[in-house]
Design a protein around this ligand. Structure first.
Ligand code: ZN
Length: 117
């Protein structure tokens, strides 16, 4: 598996989490009031928050460069014509220069050095 394939796979997963959070949130917002504050859909807002938390926690590990270990989250999640893949023009890690189309054979080495962790 190439680095790009892993990033694309993780991006699809993240978008599914976002979609689930939005669906659950809207279900809670629109169905909750119809059924009263203590209706079965009112707790869905909490579930939506849980999905958002899952996205946040997952993003910290899902979008790391496999060579340098730096976070690529914002780059990977930026707007693209195809929502489910990373921008095709992104070819190299901006931190270490590894080619995203190379196979993932290298280990992360600088995770401990990342001050943003
Ligand atoms: Zn890198």
């Amino acid at each position: 598996m190439t680095i790009r394939e892993r990033l694309n796979r993780n991006k699809r997963r993240q978008i599914c989490y976002y979609a689930a959070a939005i669906l659950v949130l809207f279900a809670g917002l629109f169905l909750g009031p119809l059924l009263g504050a203590f209706g079965p859909f009112a707790p869905l807002a909490g579930l939506a928050l849980a999905f958002v938390g899952l996205v946040y926690v997952d993003m910290s590990s899902a979008f790391r460069c496999s060579r340098c270990g730096k976070s690529l989250g914002r780059l990977v999640m930026q707007k693209n014509t195809n929502l489910f893949v990373i921008n095709e023009q992104m070819r190299y890690c901006p931190f270490c220069g590894v080619d995203f189309d190379s196979e993932e054979t290298l280990k992360r080495t600088a995770k401990e050095d990342d001050p943003l962790d």
